[in-house]
Design a protein. Structure first.
Length: 323
């Protein structure tokens, strides 16, 4: 099972890059057993571009990742075509394996324009498609788009995160009907992580499965995530579904689903702060903070689901990552 956490951004109280803790986070993911990292994505804060931090943040993660030959390095790419191509070229220059292509900057583009945009990026570097839910800036992408997207030779994976079963099946069906066996599916459906990972999708005469996940949720408690990924194949369906409901409840709190995900990044930061990996919850946007009651809800899930955290693992190794 492929476990790719979306990499957060470590800042000082002055909202400057905390290079020391940024490196420590990458070391944590490597030590936890992640099979990859995704950097420059939503969890890393899109504002790193305006702050002039895109290159240094990508560089830091890549430098640490070189210590782990097995690690897949994915860089986030955003913006209109010219910007997306420039960011893809930067990722290739720095040694990233692929890019996660956000289409949020093209909310009204036709399918043809979206495909042309995707082809321009894929001409530079292998591409992960990305179906992002509209609630956090994505757009509805019809079956037609995904079927044509899968005709792009340099597409190597798709992260499915519409938080919608109908739209999830659109992508699965497109892959099944494309006949391609070289494209990996990653779940980004935070409300159905376990369900996605254990489900064999039988579509159009083919069986399609998710091979893992690329998730902001996996930026926390990552060592436990890796253990769960190993346990899932031996787990019966009832136990797996029960585990899935607990993970969904925890995710709802950390990602602040009750408040349209306003406290999503601060929620991730708060968990990492409690573990000592981050010094604080600071975001580049000073208005980005926990929602009212979110701190108490984090207390609740810590008490309710102690089996989901990896606090003991972090305590044992934190001094090594902060060296």
């Amino acid at each position: 099972m492929k476990v790719i956490p979306a990499h957060p951004l470590a800042l000082t109280a002055e909202r400057k890059l905390d290079e020391h803790r940024q490196r420590a986070l990458t070391r944590y993911y490597i030590a936890a057993g992640a099979t990859g990292i995704a950097v420059g994505v939503h969890t890393t804060q899109f504002e790193i571009r305006e702050a002039g931090l895109l290159r240094p943040v990508l560089e830091l993660a890549c430098e640490e990742a070189r210590r782990a030959q097995h690690l897949t390095k994915v860089a986030g790419v955003v913006g209109p075509t010219m910007q997306a191509v420039r960011e893809a070229e930067l990722a290739r220059e720095l040694g990233y394996d692929a890019v996660l292509l956000s289409l949020a900057a093209l909310p009204n583009a036709t399918v043809r324009k979206l495909i042309e945009h995707s082809e321009a990026v894929a001409d530079v570097i292998p591409v992960f498609g990305f179906y992002l839910q509209p609630a956090v800036g994505g757009r509805v992408l019809p079956y037609e788009f995904w079927r044509r997207f899968l005709e792009i030779k340099n597409v190597v994976a798709i992260k499915i995160a519409p938080f919608n079963r109908y739209q999830t099946i659109d992508v699965v069906r497109a892959l099944a009907e494309s006949g391609r066996h070289d494209v990996t599916l990653y779940t980004g459906n935070d409300d159905n992580i376990i369900v996605d990972l254990i489900t064999p999708f039988r579509v159009s005469g083919a069986t399609v499965r998710f091979s893992g996940g690329l998730l902001g949720h996996w930026a926390v408690w990552t060592h436990r995530v890796v253990e769960i990924a190993k346990e899932l194949p031996q787990m019966n369906a009832t136990a797996a579904l029960s585990l899935g409901t607990r993970i969904t409840d925890a995710n709802a709190v950390i990602f602040d689903a009750a408040n349209a995900f306003h406290g999503c990044i601060p929620g991730i930061h708060e968990v990492l702060r409690r573990q000592g990996l981050l010094a604080g919850r600071w975001c580049l946007n000073p208005h980005e903070e926990l929602s009212a009651g979110q701190m108490e809800e984090i207390d609740r899930i810590y008490a309710a689901y102690p089996e989901l955290n990896d606090d003991g693992f972090v305590r044992e190794h934190l001094h090594e990552w902060l060296r």
